[in-house]
Design a protein around this ligand. Sequence first.
Ligand code: MN
Length: 515
Amino acid sequence: MAEPTNIRIFDTTLRDGEQSPGASLNHSEKIEIARQLEQLGVDIIEAGFPITSQGDFEAVKAIGKDLAQTTVCGLARCVDRDIERAAEALRSAYKPRIHVFCATSKIHLDHKFKKPFEQIVEMSIKGVEKAKSYVDDVEFSPEDGSRTSIEDLVTITQAVIDAGATTINIPDTVGYAVPDEYGAIFRELRERIPAIDELGIVLSSHCHNDLGLAVANSLAAVQNGAKQIECTVNGIGERAGNAALEELVMAMTTRADIYENYKTSINTREIYKSSRMVSNLTGLSVQRNKAVIGQNAFAHESGIHQDGMLKHRDTYEIMDPRDIGVPESKLVLGKHSGRHALSDRIKEMGYTIEGETLQRVYDDFKQLADRKKDVYDEDIEALLDIRLGEGRKLWELRFLRVTAGTDETAMAFVELVDSAGVEQKDTAHGDGPIDAVFSAIQKITGVLVKLEEYVTRAVTGGKDAMGETSVRINHHGRKVRGRGVSTDVIEAAARAYLSAINRIKTMDEVKATGE
Ligand code: MN
């Protein structure tokens, strides 16, 4: 059998993913995710769109300099200043790629550009040549490619290959394509442009999930000759999102009988951790029934299924949770466990923390173990979430008391500690206990925000379960998320609200110190 074709995984979590409504990542969070993506084994990371903001520019620059194994890519329109900015951001990258794009569909040409197609081809050639003057690795995307006529796609693909592009990505920008149709584009391009195979040009898919077909379309592209898939962790992205990395990779792995001619360099055991990190840092939680990494993906409710599972795992389970790195949920520790045992367990779970942070997590753990008899991995992860999120901590919750009832106005007394260690306290009334707590926090921090979304759920089982609250707040039009975890739902809400406020403060600081 011939050697399987390597399918490059192009991760755009930090670019298309970050464009998700509600997602926002600060500089250090982007670097943390990029490092994890390298662990996961992605081939290319699209780290941002440098012309659009200082933050994107800095992220592409820092990630390019940081990662030695993974290609780091910056996005640019076919406009000189965009390409110059991308090149500047990538100047000290180990493996730089510039990705230029230009819309080519009739609907975009008529309504957005108001230019004839010939001029678009000219612009694209110039864009690719300009990018090529800075880097060897140039990718071109005809935006809205799936709604561009095949004649025009052939013309522009040939033109940009001649101009030096080495990867041609055909985006289904609006998530409109269906698998047969999308796959046929790739087949036809290869048939009509011999240079693709002769020169080893990489064709790439980029699919959106508006019709729930992003993964199916990407796989159809692969079976018709695409050698790169653009995707995001947890499938986050514009609107309904992008093709989900974990679904693509696990489909190809689980059905290796069908996809035997292809391989990726993804280390599937890093999937779970990557998914958790992206969800924690973007604040976009993963739906319970999400394929591969949703909380219910490996849970078996029905009695018949449970019976089958006990007799033989394969009866109802097509994937082994361990293959994607789901930590086996075992009872780990109780109130008598020492710091060493906790530290060992944390290491096994894939985290490296020490010193003061470890001490804080240990203190939290002791407190939790007093309230909750058995402490599971999930509980510890929740504690880690809180403490690791404090790299950007400004305000910390010290104390909270709430009075509420059916016949009285809720009142909250809140005590916070600021970054200088100064205690500040205040009380506030509200429509219910949570509203009162939020009002008190606003009074103390002086950050005025509008609460737009409030979701609370149990992370672990039982009546002493840890509750997780996530909030979305609006601060002068900027939407920011925060998460908090506690066995007490009101405390979880307070922590979530405070983490969002801390995030706003950090973003303001990053902005103020930007070049
Ligand atoms: Mn996109």
